[in-house]
Design a protein around this ligand. Structure first.
Ligand SMILES: Cc1cc2nc3c(=O)[nH]c(=O)nc-3n(C[C@H](O)[C@H](O)[C@H](O)COP(=O)(O)O)c2cc1C
Length: 457
């Protein structure tokens, strides 16, 4: 059996993932819409042989907290680029690294999404990945003609049908449908192109897609979340998941149980890579890294954490006294439930005030924080990997670009020396990097049967 290899994705932002990271003296500002900033980062990540760049997305400015965006402007310079436009540009500025982006299944049409990611997969010669999220709040709904975000169960049911439609559109062309035959005058072989003929509860889509099958067959499917609805959907469909785990023991239990669900869905455990989010805080020595963590936390405004939480939970925390103990609002969470059931539960148990919770959340977003020298951070990564808490990580540097540079230039070589991370790319597609099979082209009616038999869909 081949030795397991670690997988690493870089969470690409301009502001950093720590909510006060953008205020740190070493943070660079003013380049959020400058493609050269992203180019430099992508080149560094590719030189470090990372599996993938990942660009998150939200479809509204956060205004759930207090019903306005006054507080949202405290935590992140506004202006994040549209992810597919960004990745299209990066596809020509890079040659090997994977390119992943979030597109919501609640506020897009499957035909557009199939076409966007197929195009990116062609442009990049097989390096595209789609993070299919269900979105979180009413602010997003209001940008698409709705008053309220769909309910949790409803949006997951819609997401599953959405995924089915997109995959069947990618399969409307056979891999060898293009002929490009000047002598016969036939550009493509019509018998190798078919309609999708999808008719379901949420979508009616005839197809075929108006461009050939993507080089990877299907661009890699990522999903991010924690809740049981998320896990059920991801166990049947995802190829990479981004869970939120803050401790080794919890991450191990989640990993074990999730891989069991994958097996119960008739798929091999190897067919889904589990990459929790990771906050690395790195300095030359452990003491300096602790000092950096303290320095970052001192810059936090508690309102920043509470605003981000309100937006993610789709629940307005501004209606409570920030000095009072955290109220038990778990049954009112309509946004990201899985993560915040745990976050609120833990805060109540610890006896925190809302302000304390806001401070804590702003400094970690509930992800694992690995703080220390490059060796110490590599030790922790190796431990999570060896003990089957993770197949790798989505690396979320707290401030940018220095936080990413430290990881790529100091921690990655350490992991390479230990033999757990590649020193060269072995293949050319993202599926090659992740060790994922290219899906066969199947008819929609065969796909679920294939899933049950454990074949990639
Ligand atoms: C690494 C990571 C990246 C994420 N990226 C996005 C994103 O780009 N857009 C988004 O709406 N949600 C994103 N999420 C949040 C999940 O989609 C969120 O947890 C989701 O609403 C699932 O909620 P649930 O656990 O209640 O099902 C991300 C989560 C993680 C862990």
């Amino acid at each position: 059996m081949m030795a397991r290899k670690l997988h690493l994705a870089l969470f690409v932002t301009q502001a950093g993932s720590h909510l006060a990271g953008w205020r740190h003296p070493q943070a660079e500002l003013g380049t959020a819409l400058d493609i050269r900033y992203y180019q430099r980062l992508a080149e560094q990540a590719e030189a470090a042989k990372l599996d993938m760049l990942f660009v998150a997305d939200k479809l509204a400015l956060d205004d759930i907290h207090g019903g306005n965006f006054d507080a949202a402007v405290t935590w992140r310079p506004n202006g994040s680029p549209e992810p597919l436009a960004l990745l299209s540009a990066l596809s020509v500025l890079t040659s090997r690294i994977g390119l992943g982006a979030t597109i919501s299944t609640s506020y897009h049409a499957p035909f557009h999404v199939a076409r966007q990611f197929a195009t990116l997969d062609h442009f990049s010669h097989g390096r595209a990945a789609w993070n299919a999220v269900t979105s979180v709040n009413d602010g997003e709904a209001r940008n698409f003609g709705f008053d309220q975000h769909l309910g949790h169960a409803e949006r997951y049911a819609k997401a599953e049908e959405f995924l089915d439609v997109v995959r069947s559109l990618w399969d409307t062309w056979a891999d060898d449908a293009l002929l490009l035959d000047k002598s016969s005058g036939r550009y493509a072989n019509a018998s190798k192109i078919r309609y999708a003929e999808h008719q379901g509860k949420h979508f009616e889509v005839r197809g075929p897609l108006n461009l050939p099958r993507p080089p990877q067959g299907h661009p890699v499917l990522i999903q991010a979340g924690v809740s049981s609805a998320f896990q059920a959907l991801a166990a049947r469909n995802a190829e990479v998941i981004f869970p939120v785990q803050s401790t080794l023991e919890k991450a191990k239990a989640f990993y074990r149980e999730f891989k069991q669900q994958v097996a119960a869905a008739g798929r091999s455990g190897e067919a889904v890579k589990v990459l929790p989010g990771l906050y690395p805080i790195i300095a030359d020595t452990d003491e300096q890294a602790q000092a950096l963590a303290t320095e970052l936390d001192a810059l936090v405004l508690p309102i920043a954490g509470l605003t981000f939480m309100s937006a993610s939970m789709n629940y307005d925390l501004a209606q409570h006294d920030p000095k009072a103990p955290v109220p038990d609002i778990r049954e009112h969470i309509r946004g990201s439930k899985g993560r915040f059931d745990v976050v609120i539960g833990n805060a109540i148990e610890a006896g925190w005030s809302l302000e304390q919770l806001g401070r804590w959340y702003a400094s970690s977003l509930a992800f694992a924080k690995f703080i220390g020298s490059p060796q110490t951070v590599a030790d922790q990564i190796q431990q999570w990997f060896d003990e089957h808490a993770a197949d790798g990580f989505v690396v979320m540097p707290p401030y940018m670009p220095g936080g990413a540079e430290r990881f790529l230039q100091q921690v990655v070589p350490e992991l390479q020396q230990r033999g757990i991370f590649r020193t060269e790319y072995q293949g050319s597609t993202l599926r090659d990097h992740l060790g994922l099979e290219k899906p066969q082209r199947t008819g929609a009616e065969h796909r679920h049967a294939a899933l049950r038999r454990g074949q990639p869909s």
